[in-house]
Design a protein around this ligand. Structure first.
Ligand code: ADP
Ligand code: MG
Length: 428
């Protein structure tokens, strides 16, 4: 299968060629034809499989075949959960539309709205946006969505996780009923199906990988380790392996900052990326990470969501996620575009039940190793840490590190061990 045979215009083929793509990825191959036919499409494929081009290319084709109104109202709206993702999609839209008469813009919060408003005023065919700023601009009558023909919901699963459902509903009220809807997601859950039912009309469903599975080229490994020795172990792994580009995940912003400081004091260039960082700081960190001046980027789940970091050889979960789907997203940062990658998880006793949940979700047991000098603490409790209390260290002499959840019932801190397990601070 070639891009030629998908029915894309010469202008788009030229741009694709310039990007250096040889052939469409599986999800592109499946999603592009029904989108070009004008159908609503619900697509799911793992992170890093080229979903952006999967909707952007046909969208641009449709817009360029239609009529351009003189005042250039927004004809395609691409909604995405984070600023970084919005900026990235916008970059892609610009690249793919280089040889077309299409104008695009990106809007997101955290920066001055004036330049965004000015740009909208000049006319924009394709608008990439995060929900908050979009609604802000609509409410101020700076932006009208009355001419939207194509509505794209990217990273739909993460939109749900971040609590954007109400915002999405509000936005949908502002766009015409008659429109083409495209929904893209890395995972496919009941909640996604429910959301899709409310938005899409007779959608074509396409998927490129079985839902919630991880690809085999990602070599997964678990190091069982005492919580107090995690920092030492991660520094040892990165130093001994001489790894030059490592993405590290922590569960909290505080944890990300802390670990970053410790990395830097051990002589490893590192930067943290999370919701409390300014947009400028986040962009700078990501740039440094991409150009190699920063070896380690420490991120929370939401901040890292959808970031396009090509050919990332190492992903380390400093803490494994309490939401199993996040594990799939995290390790999707490695082994991209067919290259192999390594995903390492440092797991302490209190994370045992999270590990069990993850293994259940991905349908496999992750090989476990222990490094001499960094052994797990045999006396540590297997009771899960409560969400957003990453520093608490509950110990119970009765518990063992072997992995049963019985410790949960004897919580000495009161409150159930699982409370808040599915909750997440949306500003992570
Ligand atoms: P997703 O949204 O599925 O996570 P992206 O759209 O961010 O994935 O694409 C991941 C990477 O793959 C990007 O660097 C993109 O440029 C690249 N890519 C996309 N399509 C192709 C293709 N057909 N051939 C090679 N690389 C591709
Ligand atoms: Mg994407």
């Amino acid at each position: 299968m070639s891009f030629n045979s998908l029915g894309l215009s010469d202008a788009l083929l030229k741009a694709i060629n310039k990007k250096g793509y040889d052939k469409p990825s599986p999800i592109q191959e499946k999603a592009i034809p029904p989108i070009l036919e004008g159908k609503d499409v619900l697509a799911s494929a793992q992170t890093g499989t080229g979903k952006t081009a999967g909707f952007t290319l046909p969208l641009l084709q449709i817009l360029s075949e239609g009529t351009t109104k003189r005042n250039r109202p927004v004809r395609a709206l691409i909604l995405t959960p984070t600023r970084e993702l919005a900026a990235q999609i916008f970059e892609n839209v610009k690249e793919y539309s280089e040889f077309l008469d299409i104008r695009s813009a990106v809007i997101f919060g955290g920066v001055n709205q004036r330049p965004q408003a000015a740009q909208i005023k000049r006319g924009v065919d394709v608008l990439v946006a995060t929900p908050g700023r979009l609604l802000d601009l609509c409410n101020q009558n700076i932006l009208s969505l009355a001419s939207v023909e194509i509505f794209v919901l990217d990273e739909a699963d993460r939109m749900l996780d971040m609590g954007f459902v109400r915002d999405i509903e509000r936005i949908i009220k502002l766009i015409p009923k008659k429109r083409q809807n495209l929904m893209f997601s890395a995972t496919f859950s009941k909640d996604i199906k429910k959301l899709a039912t409310g938005i899409l009309t007779h959608p074509v469903y396409v998927e490129a990988t079985p839902e919630n599975t991880t690809v085999e080229v990602i070599h997964q490994k678990v190091f069982r380790v005492a919580k107090a020795k995690k920092t030492g172990l991660i520094i040892k792994l990165i130093s001994d392996g001489n790894w030059q580009q490592v993405l590290v995940f922590t569960r909290t912003k505080h944890g990300a900052n802390n670990l970053t400081k410790k990395m830097i004091s051990s002589g490893i260039t590192a930067a943290a990326i999370h919701g409390n960082k300014s947009q400028g700081a986040r962009t700078k960190a990501l740039e440094g990470f991409k150009n190699g001046s920063i070896r380690v980027m420490v991120a929370t789940d939401i901040a890292a969501r959808g970031l396009d970091i090509p050919l990332l050889p190492h992903v380390i979960n400093f803490e494994i996620p309490n939401i199993s789907e996040d594990y799939v997203h995290r390790i999707g940062r490695t082994g991209r575009a067919g290259a192999s990658g390594e995903a390492i998880s440092l797991v302490s006793a209190d994370e045992t039940s999270f590990l069990n949940d993850i293994q259940k979700l991905i349908g496999m047991k992750i090989p476990i190793e222990v490094i001499e000098g960094f052994e797990p603490d045999p006396n540590a409790s297997t009771e899960p840490v409560k969400q957003n209390q990453g520093r608490s260290r509950s110990r119970s002499p009765k518990a063992n590190a072997g992995g049963n959840k019985s410790g949960n019932k004897n919580s000495s801190k009161g409150g159930t061990a699982n409370s808040g397990r599915r909750s997440r601070d949306r500003r992570n």
